[in-house]
Design a protein around this ligand. Sequence first.
Ligand code: DAH
Length: 342
Amino acid sequence: MAVVDTLREIRERVESELAAISSSAELDTLRVKVLGKKGELTALLKGMGQVAPEDRPKVGAQINEVRQWLTEKMDEAQSRIQAAEREAAIKAETIDVTEPRALPKVGSAHPITLVMDELIECFTGMGFDVMEGPEVELDHYNFELMNLPKNHPARDAQDTFYMDDNIVLRTHTSPMQARAMLTRPLPIRIICPGRVYRADEVDATHSPVFHQMEGLVIDEHVKMSDLRGTLEAFAKKLYGEGTTTRFRPSFFPFTEPSAEVDMTCVACHGKGCSICKGTGWIEVLGSGMVHPHVLEMCGIDSTKYSGFAFGIGLERIAMQRYGIRDMRLLYEGDARLFSQLR
Ligand code: DAH
């Protein structure tokens, strides 16, 4: 093939290839293939020996002309491709500052913690101190000083986790009453939140580990009306102004008299619904006037001092507040449930 024809063939081929190229890498490959040291044009120059001597200047000029033309075309293609590549890169990196940002996932406190914090705030607001104590407790505090004598049914091994004959997992927060009376100066005004343990099977309303908050007030002239007033204020703070309390006579060995305290059902405001089983009331806590014998066992003169105590179950309040029907949900730690609370 005559050199001119080869040159034309190269020109046409490169021109159409250039039109199809869209990346710098492809362009580099083509450039090397045509214009490189081992490229097609160089090969043509090297083959000049075959050309008749009189034709060489003309053919040489033709080759150079095509080389220049190709170089220009490749430079043009390079600018086009680079501009496109830059634009694509900018597009890929663009941040739309007006786009609403995805909110970071924030966890929430456990419902029991939320309720506990709220109760602590409520009672500290009324002047109570927070006092915490051991979950592994001496029988002496858990039962003996709470006026639960050795043969009391609550001391049955079916209800209580015994570590040994003298050590139990506390079955209630009430032993903190004794710990407070034995260590604190009078008057006493404390709440004691924490875990308690009972040898119960797990079901929708029972768990071997649950939470209580004990309250204790000891001073001169403390009366049952002080207990009522305190719990009434607590009920209103917890569930709103429309809430009230109802005291029902009850029995606890460490209080006399004792009362079970109900609050207006928050779901129906006292009208009666499925949550309060039609009564309009929800049972929230046990309470009473500290038994004189308990005062005396803890070294307090019961002729001079009196007091009241109460024990609130936190699970029930949390379940009611957040509409949780099954207690087990509280301990499964499913973030889908807890992230809805706040
Ligand atoms: N300790 C009781 C329980 O676990 C609750 C209780 C009742 C605590 C009456 C009190 C109280 O302080 O006065 O069931």
